[in-house]
Ligand binder design. Structure first.
Ligand code: ADP
Ligand code: ASP
Ligand code: MG
Length: 407
């Protein structure tokens, strides 16, 4: 007998028929002799709607009330799935974050899981009951509901798998696994049988939203056996696993994009110690997550520019926070652009193979796509480009690195 966590994303529970279909899948898993805990997302589109309503009243809304609103989508789906399971003769009970409890820190709207008191859930699983758990939510130290950031139910599932010492965590979604790039914009994208934790981490943080980045980091840390598969077909999915299990690799394993980026340049800053620290602490205090950062070399050691990228949804907050520093830091201007995409090529083979940056830059230049910022890690090269060229860039790079060919 195994203990399994099954997580179903928004499209898998998008309507009543799909919830009934999920109930059947859970039943099959239970009848195969397993203990089953299920984590569900809100119905597809419903979290977007909830976020939009909060924004319409106040774009700078209170994060605690935002969490109260956006966590409700999952309350609906856990209840409905528990009913669907009971209807087909499966003993099931729904659980909200605070009922478990799943404890988080106090960063409302982007909370981190601190602990899961899993004793009750384990007891129920051992009695043969299915636990249907609301993803994306927990309870903060102030006793209020918290949420884990968009896409957070992947992290709920992995954290639960670690807490209940599950044998496996299966992430069911609307594609058959992890692909060489987003199959929705590149039909030639190929499903990977396996991917290393490190590559998956880079893919996710570069925008491949098939798994929330933090869920991958958590699975890696807690040795959770993780797989991504479709809730609509019975095809085997993608295993996310340690590198040593992987065979020799292609040059690049995948291409990721995030078309919802923005870029800010603080122009004409005094070139002296402490200036960058002030800028980034002002952003950190507002809980803004900055991604790429470049500081231009200052030819005369007088003035310099700092450019950084961030999620487009955070741009307004960042500009407000930095405008407040204008007099103190004596910079010349604040320039921003909200039509930016980040394109990344990822692969552990980069550690040992050369020429990958060269090929990437050549392909983009052939397509007349201007690179605005470049950054690299050991296994990733990312560039910022104008968002209108996202699909062209992804498809051209996918072809150039021959990712459609089976190695
Ligand atoms: P869920 O609601 O099940 O959590 P998401 O929409 O969060 O689903 O994630 C699945 C989506 O991720 C897919 O529909 C696909 O468009 C997108 N995606 C982006 N990059 C990749 C990739 N490399 N492999 C698979 N899917 C990807
Ligand atoms: N419902 C949440 C969202 O849309 C969490 C999730 O789906 O993972 O972001
Ligand atoms: Mg998701």
């Amino acid at each position: 007998m195994a203990r399994i966590v099954q997580k179903f994303g928004g499209t898998s529970v998008a309507d009543i028929d799909r919830i009934k279909h999920v109930a059947q899948k859970v039943k099959t898993c239970l009848e195969a002799g397993n203990q089953v805990a299920v984590v569900v997302s809100a119905m597809a589109g419903s979290t977007n709607q909830l976020v939009e309503w909060a924004k319409q009243i106040d774009p700078m809304h209170d994060a605690r009330e935002y969490d109260t609103v956006v966590s409700t989508g999952e309350q609906i789906t856990v209840g409905l799935l528990a009913i669907a399971l009971q209807t087909i003769g499966v003993d099931a009970r729904s659980w909200l974050g605070w009922q478990i409890p799943l404890l988080t820190d106090d960063v409302h709207s982007a909370a981190r899981i601190e602990d899961i008191k899993a004793d009750q859930i384990i007891d129920r699983l051992e009695q043969g009951q299915v636990a249907v758990i609301a993803g994306f939510q927990g309870i903060a130290p102030d006793g209020r509901i918290s949420t884990l950031g968009r896409g957070g139910s992947d992290t709920s599932a992995v954290a639960l798998a670690a807490a209940i010492k599950a044998d496996r965590c299966d992430i069911y979604t609307d594609v058959e696994g992890v692909y060489t790039t987003d199959p929705r914009i590149m039909p030639k994208a190929r499903k990977l049988d396996s991917i290393t934790f490190e590559e998956m981490l880079e893919m996710a943080s570069a925008g491949a939203k098939v798994l929330q980045t933090r869920s991958v980091a958590m699975a890696m840390r807690h040795h959770v056996k993780l797989q991504v598969l479709s809730s609509f077909t019975d095809t085997p999915g993608t295993l996310v696993q340690n590198e040593e299990k992987q065979m020799e690799k292609q040059k690049v394993s995948g291409i990721a994009y995030s078309a919802e980026e923005a870029k800010v340049t603080v122009v004409g800053l005094p070139d002296k110690p402490g200036i960058a620290a002030k800028i980034f602490s002002a952003l950190a205090e507002t809980h803004i997550n900055v991604d790429m950062i470049v500081q231009s070399a200052s030819p005369d050691s007088q003035k310099t520019d700092i450019t950084f990228s961030l999620a487009r949804s955070e741009l307004e907050k960042a500009v407000t926070a930095l405008t407040r520093l204008k007099t103190e830091l004596a910079f010349v201007a604040l320039v921003h652009d909200d039509n930016i995409a980040k394109i990344s090529v990822i692969g552990t083979a980069m550690r040992t193979q050369s020429g990958i940056a060269k090929l990437m830059f050549e392909v983009l230049s052939e397509k007349k796509i201007n690179m605005q910022v470049i950054s690299t890690s050991e296994i990733k090269i990312s560039v910022l480009i104008q968002a209108d060229y996202t699909e062209l860039a992804v498809r051209s790079l996918h072809d150039a690195f021959e990712l459609d060919k089976i190695d």
